[in-house]
Ligand binder design. Structure first.
Ligand SMILES: Nc1ncnc2c1ncn2[C@@H]1O[C@H](COP(=O)(O)OP(=O)(O)O)[C@@H](O)[C@H]1O
Ligand SMILES: [Mg+2]
Length: 529
């Protein structure tokens, strides 16, 4: 940049220029970030290959993932990264759209500022326009009932259609819909928590081999070094958080042994100690033991595994702390923190706990769980790590879309129909406004046209021609017209079944506006030490 500016001699320092410069620099930087993800919007959008410092590679189409991995240092550009993160939290989908819309609004800001309009005026007008946009979107939405499976499927399909794994959407969308409906408590739908859906990923096979499991899966094989069982019928499952291993001395203490007799005594004591514990475990009736990973000392030793194997107890070790809540909810058992608290009422019951082969590795499957909690497990497969990770992210997006519909039961057509409609109606509304406000609101509406342009461009269509036609159709009152990227024409998105949750688009427009307003109001960067 600096090289391009001719170095004029005797250029004077202008005091008031600085604030304008900081704002422009911020806007330019944020716009650059938005431009980076623009090409991945829509079903025909490109994917990105993210190369991480440690040599890992990610292939993704998800805006939030791309931005999250991007090394961004400019503070205003970082705001865009945060913007797509917040969209990910609120809606889970539309993370590319929100960034692209924000970029377009920022471009309009530059134009408006260049015309001498004060940033505060622009900011206030944009806030007004966002409120109006939300109203327009509300008006064009159609309510959806959670029993209407086909509508839910359409929304999940739309979300998956832009992903790398879109060819598997016929498998993944029903999976997403079923999983959410399974964990949904009809009495308290607002407490829907996607953490109750556990996705276990296993390399091998293709995404087609993914399955929905009515039960639970542990990602590793049972511990059978000492010849313990690998299959238990009529299982009584205990989830323990204590270690079955000899206690350690305190950090600064030593036990000094100087003859074999003492050594023997210690070993005998250790055997006794473990044996007592295993007996107590056994006495509770437990025959499957899930042991939480321990960082203080080994959760199990060879000796304790040996005794547990003798007692015919199937052992799954290294259960992550984070999984405890999910497990206890699923199996309807209580985590046990001390061996003295092992009582039969804390155990979970299942018909079968058995080792199973998945691809080249083994897992432990629990099926026929009695009084199973509202949780589900999905075993996701993929031929390699790249596909598998992207399938996981895509499934997450689809789950979020269904969750959006639970929170806000309304759908709107996709394919840029909402953006064009909002643009059009804002332009009409602007005619009734006065002065600067009118100019800013019109600019806001025009900025939203970035979505149809980008969808068309990414699909290799004649963007100007198709967006003009789209605008005309909307002007004639056909509000659900959108870009049919597969056939390269303008068609009715409602009829095509391209539907998306109202919440996704609404929050994208709201969050983008909020971010733009924040960037506009910044007139200086103050570094601190
Ligand atoms: N089959 C389709 N035809 C036309 N537009 C579609 C289709 N599926 C999705 N879209 C549009 O693609 C955009 C979403 O693209 P996507 O790459 O998923 O980005 P985001 O991360 O924002 O969800 C939305 O505007 C949506 O309406
Ligand atoms: Mg999407």
């Amino acid at each position: 940049m600096a090289g391009a500016v001719p170095q004029r001699k005797g250029e004077t320092y202008r005091d008031n220029a600085k604030k304008q410069d900081v704002r422009t620099a911020n806007i330019e930087a944020a716009k650059a970030v938005a431009d980076a993800v623009r090409s991945s919007l829509g079903p025909r959008g490109m994917d990105k290959m993210v190369c991480q410092a440690n040599g890992d590679v990610i292939i993704t189409n998800d805006g939030a993932t791309i931005l999250n991995k991007m090394t961004v240092t400019q503070p205003a550009a970082k705001m865009l990264v945060e913007l797509s993160k917040s969209q990910d939290v609120v809606a889970g989908d539309g993370t590319t759209s929100v960034t692209v819309i924000c970029g377009a609004l920022l471009q309009k800001c530059l134009d408006l500022l260049a015309r001498g309009i004060h940033p505060t005026v622009v900011s206030d007008a944009f806030a007004l326009a966002a409120v109006k946009a939300a109203e327009i979107l509300d008006a064009m939405s159609t309510p959806v009932d959670l029993g209407d499976r086909s509508s839910l499927l359409k929304a999940a399909n739309t979300s998956l259609s832009s992903k790398v794994v879109s060819q598997y959407s016929s498998l993944l969308s029903p999976m997403a819909v079923d999983c959410v409906l399974k964990i949904l408590d009809p009495q308290r739908p607002e407490f829907l928590d996607l953490r109750d859906i556990k996705v276990v990923t296993k390399v091998g096979g293709t995404v087609d081999d993914s399955e929905y499991i009515d039960g639970m899966v542990f990602d590793h094989k049972p511990s059978k070094t000492a010849g313990g069982p690998t299959k238990v019928e009529n299982a009584k499952i205990a989830l323990i958080q204590f270690c079955i291993s000899p206690p350690k001395t305190d950090l600064e203490n030593n036990v000094i042994i100087n003859d074999y007799a003492q050594m023997d005594r210690i070993l005998k004591e250790e055997r006794n100690y473990i044996l007592q514990m295993v007996k107590k475990v056994r006495a509770s009736g437990c025959n499957v033991l899930l042991i939480q990973k321990s960082i203080l000392r080994d959760a199990v030793t060879d000796l304790s595994l040996h005794y547990l194997a003798k007692a015919k107890i199937l052992v799954v070790r290294d259960v992550e702390r984070d999984d405890i809540e999910f497990i206890s909810k699923t199996l309807n058992c209580l985590p046990i923190a001390h061996v003295d608290h092992m009582t039969p009422d804390k155990l979970g019951h299942a018909d079968l706990v058995a080792e199973a082969q998945v691809g080249s590795s083994k897992v432990v499957k629990v099926t026929g769980i009695k009084d199973k909690g509202r949780t589900t497990t999905v075993l996701l497969r993929g031929s390699n790590k790249l596909v598998l990770e992207e399938a996981d992210r895509s499934l997450h997006d689809a789950l979020c879309v269904v969750r959006c519909l639970v929170h806000r039961r309304a759908l709107i057509p996709g394919g840029a129909a909402p953006e064009v409609e909002v643009g059009l109606q804002l332009a009409r509304w602007a005619k009734h406004l006065q002065g600067m406000e009118s100019v800013c609101v019109r600019a806001y509406g025009e900025a939203l046209e970035v979505v149809p342009y980008t969808l068309a461009e990414n699909a290799g269509l004649q963007a100007i021609a198709i967006v003009t036609e789209l605008r005309n159709r909307h002007a004639q009152g056909e509000a659900s017209m959108g870009i049919n990227v597969r056939r390269g024409t303008v068609s009715d998105m409602q009829a095509e079944g391209v539907l998306q949750p109202l919440l996704v688009t609404q929050s994208a427009i709201n969050l983008a506006t909020e971010c733009v307003r924040m960037i506009l109001k910044i007139d200086d960067i103050v570094p601190t030490r």
